[in-house]
Design a protein around this ligand. Structure first.
Ligand SMILES: [Zn+2]
Length: 479
């Protein structure tokens, strides 16, 4: 829903902060020298399909340029493997069970201050443009934004929002990145109040299935292909039904979607710079999760926590403050993003945050320190939690009460489960997983999932269905 909210909205934000169960610190007022924050989220990009992360194909020249002028985080680990919980963990610095945005029956819990709310409280002008139906304001993503537009992209990009579609008609999404650019740049040109800093959030959705990039991206990574694979209806096709040639074609179409999005991100950055909007600006580019391509037998995302769905690209770019071309090898988490951006804006970080301020490490002021990343997914369907350190990944399927662990030093592809092999998991990681399990259980006991579906608009339900989120389950992602 398009929200234009002024003083009334600000008052609501203040009430939320004052009445918060998670107490927010007093805000430091933004000043003329406070940096702008440009938050670019690209949906569904696994790190190993990005050039600056070592991918051999030219999928990401614009992202690579951004990385060459900033700091690339080599081991950014997602808080979940699908959009709603992951993005909300970035917006709140809380784990999914803590913030509550974990299914279509749930939403962000009351009293939690988002990144946008904290920045708005400090005097930032806040605007967000989303192209993913699971990042809808109905689930709490609009909290704290002066403007949160989660409607126009889906309408303007002809995503069949108001048409009937289904198995008999098929479904084909159009590229939505041009519309995200148009809205974000239009906002900068027409509504940016240059007397105070801005927080601008732009969510690009095109790499998400179905994989239907427009020309020339549809053949860019598979020239000469003559088969019939078209990357459509991915949600209803069994993973084992794809031939080797079709699998290769699917990966090439996915790469085409990434390149299409990357070219539009290049336009956004170039046009923003021409407007002077990047002169004193922290730019973060990050993905919410990756994508499975038969790495562990499945496709799409949301059902597992292996690295192909949780290791994502992340770049911080802040000329004059962060060294150009630096690579941070230390592991980081989505929950670290809010504390880092608040620190860049000289705003106190709420004490309840699960993440940490990465700025000292990004600047190279202090040596990187080891810290585990925690993750969870499929919360109402198959609840899976995990802990990852540079050495090991431990997973616990809470629904089946089954554990797996992998030695990432000798088995980075997570091919051999060492629980099945009878090898005990390392003590530190096992203890951390037990702590995380207790934290998750406490959060869910304090805030049980609602029994009934919230009142979602029919158009939103259609959009969710179109992207596979309501197939075969009452809530949560299918794969
Ligand atoms: Zn996503």
């Amino acid at each position: 829903m398009r929200q234009r909210t002024g003083a009334g909205r600000r008052g609501l934000v203040l009430l939320v902060l004052v009445g918060a169960c998670c107490e927010a610190p007093a805000a430091s007022p933004a000043t003329a020298t406070s940096p702008n924050i440009l938050f670019i989220m690209v949906d569904t990009v696994r790190a190993d399909h990005v050039g600056c992360y070592g991918y051999a194909k030219p999928t990401t020249p614009a992202i690579d340029r951004l990385a060459s002028g900033g700091v690339r985080l080599d081991q950014m680990i997602a808080s979940s493997s699908w959009t709603m919980p992951s993005l909300m963990s970035m917006f709140t610095s809380l784990h999914p069970s803590q913030h509550g945005a974990t299914s279509y029956r749930a939403r962000l819990r009351p009293g939690i201050a988002t990144l946008a709310a904290l920045l708005s409280h400090a005097g930032y002008q806040t605007a967000g443009f989303s192209s993913n139906p699971t990042a809808h304001s109905k689930f709490g993503f609009g909290r704290g934004f002066d403007l949160y537009d989660d409607f126009t992209v889906m309408l303007a990009a002809d995503l069949n929002l108001f048409d009937d579609f289904g198995e008999q008609r098929g479904y084909r999404e159009a590229a939505s990145s041009p519309v995200v650019n148009r809205l974000a740049l239009d906002w900068l040109r027409r509504y940016w109040d240059r007397s105070r800093p801005f927080f601008l959030f732009a969510l690009y959705f095109d790499p998400h299935a179905d994989y239907t990039p427009p020309p020339p991206y549809d053949t860019m990574f598979c020239p000469g292909y003559t088969g019939s694979e078209n990357g459509q209806n991915m949600y209803v096709r069994p993973p084992a039904s794809f031939t080797p040639e079709a699998r290769e074609r699917i990966r090439a179409l996915y790469d085409g979607e990434i390149r299409c999005t990357d070219d539009h991100i290049g336009v956004l950055l170039r046009e923003s710079a021409a407007l002077g909007a990047l002169d004193n600006t922290v730019t973060i580019l990050v993905s919410d999760h990756g994508e499975e391509f038969w790495d562990h037998g499945g496709i799409l995302h949301g059902q597992t926590l292996y690295d192909e769905v949780v290791r994502v690209p992340c770049i911080f770019h802040w000329p004059g403050h962060l060294a150009a071309g630096k690579v941070l090898a230390e592991q980081a988490s989505h929950v670290d993003i809010l504390p880092t951006l608040l620190a860049a804006a000289s705003i106190a970080v709420p004490p309840y945050c699960a993440g940490r301020d990465l700025l000292p490490m990004l600047r190279g002021d202090v040596a990187a320190s080891v810290r585990e990343a925690r993750m969870e997914t499929g919360l109402d369907v198959r609840h899976l939690i995990g802990v990852r350190t540079p050495q090991a990944k431990l997973l616990h399927d809470l629904t089946a009460d089954r554990r797996e662990w992998y030695d990432l030093r000798s088995d980075p592809a997570e091919a051999g489960d060492l629980v099945s092999a009878g090898r005990p998991a390392p003590g530190a990681e096992a203890a951390s997983l037990d702590q995380f399990r207790a934290l998750v259980a406490k959060a869910r006991e304090d805030h049980p999932a609602p029994e009934t579906q919230p009142d979602l608009p029919p158009a939103l339900l259609k959009a969710l269905q179109a992207h596979g989120y309501l197939h075969g389950a009452t809530s949560g992602p299918r794969r």
